[in-house]
Design a protein around this ligand. Structure first.
Ligand code: FRU
Length: 361
């Protein structure tokens, strides 16, 4: 061997031996990079031990991976959008197959959906839990069985998962509250009577959207006392209709109707019209802003909702991170926050163009 060749061999050997301890220290896992965040921000950093409990091996290298997706309730348009995004993103990775389950807004169903997916031997679980507490245990079991878990949109009680991805519902609620307060000030509604139609009690976004809203009202000089009516309609349009009917009957001069999602805000609008309310003088607030024909962006453009907020589903991000975890053995941040946008008449056309809603120009 020439001196030159010997030098190259020695350098390679040295470089490899220098790297081995670093890799072993991470248990075969690699740190994530900023570029992988794709517009999201880190709320909780990656765990030093990796995305699985200690003692779990890194995922096996395969040419075909099965991902289980446990959806809380496919009947809701926003959840249908999440599943479609997951399917579209997975189509970009030929080695991925996704099995979708729909719990139909039933916690017990969702527990057995997850158990069923685990029996099928999935390589990774994506779950958007119906409610936090009832799904906590089954997710912990999956994770402790060394199955990577990505939780979307509704968090669990304990962080027994690889990562959580979702928008900041306190911040969205706060923006909604501040908007309501400003609107009342601009429209000379000194009393500013507000009704709230809440999401499912055990789902963290309902609590966060409620708490954030109250903080936003306070930012704008109002208070909890302005909320004259508050009722749960479980995220569902059909349950929001009777709830809002009761609100408009008890308070015919309501100024603001805050629905924790767009379907409930639209249901409230129907109830108000049925009750003969002059809906032109009420601010209807929703959240989701789907770019679909009956989604929130079109609703603002058509003058039904006064304001809504783009609530990203995280479907694409979940699949991209699944690839990083399973194939590249990357340790993701434990909590990634996705950005949201306010949609009101001043920017609805622009948002529609960006998200290719039916009225895009
Ligand atoms: C659908 C949905 C959305 C809402 C989200 C909150 O189930 O109610 O409309 O933004 O869940 O988790």
């Amino acid at each position: 061997m020439s001196k030159y060749r010997l030098l190259i061999v020695l350098t390679v050997v040295l470089a490899v031996t220098a790297l081995v301890p670093a890799i072993q220290a991470q248990g075969g896992w690699t740190p994530y990079t900023e570029a992988m965040l794709g517009g999201g921000t880190v709320q909780e950093e990656a765990r030093a031990t990796g995305p699985l409990p200690e003692g779990c091996p890194v995922p096996a290298v395969k040419d075909h991976y099965v991902i289980g997706m446990s959806q809380a309730n496919r009947a809701e348009p926003w959840r249908e959008a999440m599943d479609s995004q997951i399917a579209a993103a997975a189509a970009d990775y030929p080695e991925f197959e996704v099995i979708f389950q729909d719990a139909a807004q039933d916690n017990a169903n969702q527990v057995s959906d997850v158990e069923n997916l685990l029996t099928q031997g999935i390589d990774l679980l994506i779950i958007s839990p119906n409610e936090a507490a009832p799904l906590n245990e089954v997710v912990r079991e999956a994770w402790e069985d060394c199955v990577p878990v990505i939780v979307l949109d509704r968090n669990l009680v304990d962080p027994n998962y690889s990562m959580f991805i979702g928008a900041d519902n306190v911040a969205i609620g706060r923006a909604a509250g501040a908007y309501a307060a400003q609107w009342c000030a601009d429209n000379d509604r000194a009393e500013c009577q507000i009704a709230e139609i809440r999401g499912l009690e055990g789902a963290p976004p309902a609590r966060d959207r409620g708490d954030g809203f109250r903080a936003g009202l306070a930012d704008g000089g109002l208070s909890e006392a302005n909320i004259v009516f508050s009722q749960n309609a479980d995220w569902l349009r059909e349950r929001a209709v009777p709830a809002a009917a009761a609100a408009f009957q008890a308070y015919p001069d309501l100024d603001v109707l805050y629905g924790h999602n767009d379907p409930m805000a639209e249901g409230a609008l129907i109830a108000a019209k049925d009750a003969g309310v002059d809906v032109g003088r009420v601010l209807f607030i929703g959240i989701d802003a789907l770019p679909t024909p009956d989604g929130g962006i079109m609703s603002v453009l058509e003058g039904r909702l006064g304001v809504t907020f783009v609530y990203p589903t995280g479907g694409r991000q979940a699949i991209d991170w699944a690839y990083q975890i399973l194939v590249n053995h990357v340790v993701p941040p434990t909590w990634v926050v996705l950005p949201f946008d306010t949609v009101d008449p001043s920017n609805a056309q622009e948002v529609c163009n960006t998200f290719a809603c039916p009225a895009a120009k």
